[in-house]
Design a protein around this ligand. Structure first.
Ligand SMILES: CC(C)(COP(=O)(O)OP(=O)(O)OC[C@H]1O[C@@H](n2cnc3c(N)ncnc32)[C@H](O)[C@@H]1OP(=O)(O)O)[C@@H](O)C(=O)NCCC(=O)NCCS
Length: 185
């Protein structure tokens, strides 16, 4: 059976990333400022990202095919936390069930390898897909509403701040390993 795999971001992922980085349909929920990113800028950005002590980015593959990126950013070693990111770089791969698997795999890395206490993230309040994905399917808890946090298209938008704590991750991992079996032997 084909499986999802994550590996650390490499410069060899450059062409994959150039395939989506200037596509507003893919990046419009964050960081699309209307100016295309040049190959030189992206190359320098990737070099910085790979060397960064506060970012840990992974490339996701399914059955060997490049799917996208997940990452932990703004790592704060004192408070042991970091911000989640996820992107599936080709719209043909949306709606195929990859996203929850990518998030679960990232959470495994974050809590087991990076030893964070908390993974947090933000999404636009009107982004119903993100609500379904992060809150309802992947077990993140809402921490609050960030009022007029994000300016896009000349308007300010509210954002939801969400997080998962270490003990919530382990409780969920335990529940899933157990298959939800409530029987007593
Ligand atoms: C965010 C992203 C990774 C999600 O992956 P995806 O494959 O598109 O997600 P899915 O289609 O599996 O949707 C996730 C869930 O939300 C549901 N959903 C989709 N659109 C919805 C909507 N408008 N309202 C309510 N639920 C919705 C889906 O049905 C699915 O739930 P289900 O599995 O129970 O049916 C992907 O769309 C992406 O890369 N987007 C661009 C980058 C981005 O926006 N990153 C996140 C920033 S917060």
């Amino acid at each position: 059976m084909e499986e999802l795999s994550l590996r650390s971001l490499e410069l060899s992922d450059f062409e994959h990333i150039m395939g989506w980085v200037n596509n507003p349909e893919i990046v419009s929920n964050f960081g699309w400022f209307g100016n295309p990113v040049s190959r030189e800028e992206e190359q320098r950005y990737l070099e910085r990202l790979i060397a960064s002590p506060t970012d840990k980015v992974y490339s996701a593959f399914f059955g060997g095919e490049y799917i996208g990126q997940v990452g932990i950013h703004e790592r704060d070693d004192r408070n042991k936390q970091g911000r989640l990111s996820i992107i599936i770089g080709n719209k043909d791969n949306w709606g195929r069930g990859y996203a929850p698997q990518m998030i679960d795999a990232l959470l495994d890395k974050a809590f087991n390898d990076l030893h964070v206490h908390k993974v947090w993230g933000v999404f636009l309040e009107q982004n119903k897909k993100a609500h379904r994905l992060f809150i309802e399917k992947c077990g993140f808890k809402i921490e609050g509403l960030l009022r007029q946090e994000y300016c896009r298209g000349g308007a300010y938008h509210d954002m939801i701040r969400m997080a998962m704590l270490e003990d919530e991750y382990w409780a969920r991992a335990w529940e899933r390993a157990d298959g939800g079996d409530q029987s007593v032997s």
